[in-house]
Design a protein around this ligand. Structure first.
Ligand code: GLN
Length: 542
């Protein structure tokens, strides 16, 4: 079968849920027996989001191969239950870097390099790389930004050309818009959608399907109106009403004809009848009233929850697996330094210190770790959160008052967390951390090995610093267990505190591999320790 492409553009405004729509649509096609992958085209000029502040961009999602990508790739992986490849996130920066390096090599000698055809050809080449890299038969391509942005024009031109290159039966275009609600009249308005489709058509792209997101139900009359003004079939106007349950979206889309319309326009027939039983029981479990547990996330970007997207989702998956409702409170670590926010920490049944970079708020995180250790509150440290746990232990148990990470204090004699040797000569910041999947050996009899029920795992990483092996004997003698190590035993991957119900840190990011129906073992063990402490015993659903 030829590779089929579905291009998803967005209009009216951003943050309407294009990533989730692409992910959920991918799930619908997988449920019909197709091998799918999703690619995100990001119009910004950074080569990848790895160098951007989470305030700018939200979470940086890391793939098996170490690619630092847009958080939408997290949605794709979680909804479709796939593992993506670095070719699945393309930025303007990557495209230009490639074309300019070819120009410098002399590949275009005599030629003038232009947006069309050189940049657009490079975009098309990267779109076509996905099927080879992932084995996908259907590739969904999400174009970042909104139609009308100057930056996204080369991407729109490239995907427009792809219909000419590959033919109608191999390409489908979906446009996602927003229907604003006017409270004075109680109406949903279609005009911005009409304008947005007109803008899209002016680039030469004619949408096959229009998905209309709104906070209120969409009447048939409105669908008819949009169909008429935007020149699509009425049934190709797909309503998507906001739901508080993220994982309900595939079920809501399943009730619409979107999958059938896509297959028809790609000249495909469903290979399997979708079976949503497992997914339905997942959503039913989300809805079921459950005992509540409170978990505090102590971070430095907490105003922007998107900065911790995968952590939040992994916690929700683990809560679901343990039959409890999770109530997350977000605590600014620098507040704890100023003696603020402690009431939220004190109310929490469990504490998570997620990943992060730079010294702002670090002392607050160390205080949170001390509080968790002394009060025997379940604690999960993720990457920086594990490093913080080691620093706290060194300062307060080993009485090394100047214990720190050399990331925050270059001259400390007690660098319990230190730069990895292979990082010493690294000067460039982009894509140079220890990134992606690495193996971790689990030490039998530890909480980590009990959680995983196996002796070797592979997890995704994104760090430059590590536990300093010079201090390992002292830490271990005082009751810190290195329960996960690299197979050569050089790098500590997991630490835990001996006399504590659950205080565990991972140098890797387990959150990236959690799935709604397959909670990550470490997150699940953390939530279970909270349930045990609160004496909550529920039937596990998965
Ligand atoms: N800043 C720390 C390091 O580079 C932790 C990184 C992280 O939390 N992802 O090692």
């Amino acid at each position: 079968m030829n590779t089929k492409y579905i291009f998803i553009t967005g209009g009216v405004l951003s943050s309407v849920g294009k990533g989730v729509t692409a992910a959920a649509t991918g799930r619908l096609l997988k449920a019909r027996g197709f091998n799918v992958a999703v690619q995100k085209l990001d119009p910004y000029i950074n080569v990848d989001p790895g160098t951007m502040s989470p305030y700018q961009h939200g979470e940086v999602f890391v793939l098996d191969d170490g690619a630092e990508t847009d958080l939408d790739l997290g949605h794709y992986e979680r909804f479709i239950d796939i593992r993506l490849n670095k070719v699945c996130n393309v930025t303007t920066g990557q495209v230009y870097a490639e074309v300019i390096s070819r120009e410098r090599r002399g590949d275009y000698l005599g030629g003038t390099i232009q947006v069309i055809p050189h940049i657009t050809n490079e975009i098309k080449r990267r779109v076509r790389m996905v099927s080879k890299a992932t084995g996908a038969e259907i590739v969904l391509v999400e174009v970042g930004g909104t139609v009308g942005d100057i930056e996204s024009q080369p991407f729109l031109e490239a995907i427009r050309q792809m219909r000419l290159d590959l033919g109608r039966e191999n390409t489908a275009y979906i446009h996602l818009t927003w229907l604003p609600h006017i409270s004075a009249t109680g109406e949903l308005k279609t005009k911005p959608t009409q304008h947005s489709v007109r803008e899209l058509r002016s680039t030469g792209i004619i949408p096959d399907i229009i998905v209309t997101r709104s906070d209120y139900p969409i009447t048939e009359g409105l669908q008819e109106k949009i169909a008429l003004f935007c020149d699509v079939e009425e049934k190709a106007v797909i309503p998507m009403v906001t739901t508080p349950i993220l994982y309900e979206i595939p079920l809501l889309l399943e009730e619409t004809p979107i999958a059938e319309l896509i297959l028809k326009s790609l000249n495909l027939e469903a290979r399997e009848t979708p079976d949503w039983d497992e997914w339905r029981s997942l959503v039913a479990e989300v809805r079921r009233p459950k005992p509540e547990i409170k978990v505090a996330i102590v971070g430095k970007y907490v105003e922007l929850h998107d900065a911790y997207m995968s952590v939040r989702e992994a916690l929700k998956h683990a809560a679901l697996a343990n039959g409890v409702e999770i109530n997350i409170s977000w605590i600014h670590s620098s507040d704890l330094e100023k003696d603020q926010g402690w009431e939220f920490l004190e109310q929490a049944d469990g504490i998570v210190v997620p990943g992060g970079f730079g010294s702002r708020g670090i002392e607050g995180k160390i205080k949170a770790a001390k509080y968790a250790r002394e009060n025997k509150i379940p604690y999960l440290g993720l990457c920086l959160g594990m490093q913080v746990m080691v620093i706290e232990f060194a300062r307060n148990i080993l009485k090394k008052g100047s214990a720190n990470s050399s990331e925050f204090d270059r001259s400390t004699p007690d660098a319990f967390i230190d730069l990895m040797p292979e990082q010493h000569d690294v000067t460039e910041k982009g894509g140079t951390m220890r990134l992606g999947l690495y193996p971790c050996k689990l030490i039998p009899g530890t909480k980590a090995s009990e959680a995983y029920q196996t002796d070797l795992v592979e997890e995704r990483h994104r760090h430059r610093f590590e536990l300093n092996n010079d201090f390992r004997p002292d830490l271990e003698a005082a009751g810190m267990i290195c329960s996960g190590v690299s197979p050569d035993n050089h790098l500590v991957e997991i630490t835990e505190i001996q006399d504590h119900p659950f205080m565990l840190g991972t140098q890797f990011h387990p959150e990236f591999l959690s799935r709604p129906n397959r909670a990550h073992p470490i997150f699940s063990a953390f939530i279970k320790s909270i349930c045990d402490k609160l004496n909550i015993h529920q039937n596990h659903t998965n």
